[in-house]
Design a protein. Structure first.
Length: 317
């Protein structure tokens, strides 16, 4: 406590009181600023932790989609109120929910919470298989009639298990294994077609648009999930399918390059691929052979054009 001497004149007393008032204002202001900054720091830290929880939800979605071939449409259907994979992380938590994008198509969001703060992130996974893949859809999204397995160039693989061109028995969950086999060239009088493109099967189809080339014609005639511009993949496109398939494991399969695009064997993007026969590409090797790929060991080799093999159609949205 400060004692003001009795002998101080009026002006001196006033000056002393003003000084004391200034000291009080400064002390109070400093305390307030300290409290305010502490409060802001606490909010910032809570927001950061909520965001980390949401990011964990995004990674959970990637894992579930790959590891279990997670069926997004069965999860959300046409509802934006569905919540799933709710997980507690200490004082925080996350859950995934279904939402609509600006175009009215379905997507998955991850919501992270910490105390009173919540942060919502788009996972990037789209799940309207009948709608075209938006620029924001990430690899593994169900869109464009199938599953998006390449972003640049954008490529979509057809559902598994298709046995006829109507597409009515195709499995949108990518769990039913392929059983249909086709022949590259059904004619016994083989010719050099000119279908030599290694990177784009659409160019090869310009030389294979004939009933004798039943594998290429099957993909061209396929209609599934409202899309009909499918084609038989070229050699390198087929290898990209492998590198995102359930048969690419431990980064040790696929001839060039020798790695899996989806990272590990626990996160395949394209399911339902069979292992009892190689898969056809649309790339011709010579007058008698074309290039095929065995998905069990990644080997690409030539095969005679009259060989019956599995096929999986793709498209470029």
């Amino acid at each position: 406590m400060i004692i003001v001497p009795k002998k101080l004149s009026g002006s001196a007393l006033l000056m002393t009181l003003l000084v004391l008032a200034g000291i009080f204002v400064i002390a109070f202001g400093a305390g307030y600023l300290s409290f305010f900054n502490t409060k802001n720091t606490d909010v910032y830290q809570q927001s950061a932790r909520a965001r980390l929880a949401a990011e964990a939800g995004v990674e959970r979605m990637k894992w579930e989609l790959g590891h279990d071939n997670y069926d997004l449409f069965d999860t959300c259907g046409a509802s934006t109120s569905t919540q799933f994979f709710a997980t507690t992380l200490g004082d925080g938590a996350y859950y995934l929910k279904c939402a609509l994008d600006s175009a009215g198509d379905y997507k998955i969001q991850a919501v992270g919470t910490y105390k009173n703060i919540s942060v919502t992130l788009d996972t990037g996974f789209c799940y309207n298989i009948g709608a075209e893949c938006a620029s924001t859809c990430v690899i593994g999204s169900l869109c464009g009639g199938g599953v998006l397995f390449s972003a640049s160039p954008k490529m979509v693989a057809a559902p598994s298990g298709c046995s006829d061109t109507s597409g009515t028995d195709c499995d949108n969950s990518f769990l039913v294994a392929d059983t249909l086999t086709k022949i590259w060239d059904t004619s016994t009088s083989t010719v050099v077609t000119g279908a030599s493109d290694l990177d784009d099967g659409r160019n090869n189809f310009n030389f294979l648009n004939d009933a004798r080339y039943e594998a290429a014609m099957f993909c061209d005639s396929l209609t599934v999930n409202t899309t009909s511009d499918w084609y038989l993949p070229a050699k390198n496109e087929l290898n990209t399918v492998l590198r995102n398939s359930n048969y690419c494991s431990a980064d040790a399969q696929g001839p060039e390059p020798l790695y899996c695009d989806h990272g590990t064997s626990t996160s395949p993007i394209i399911g339902g691929l069979a292992n009892t026969n190689p898969y056809l590409s649309s790339t011709e090797n010579d007058i008698d052979t074309f290039l095929a790929q065995d998905f069990t060991d990644g080997a690409q080799a030539t095969s005679t054009k009259i060989s019956a093999m599995f096929l999986r159609c793709i498209r470029r949205p």
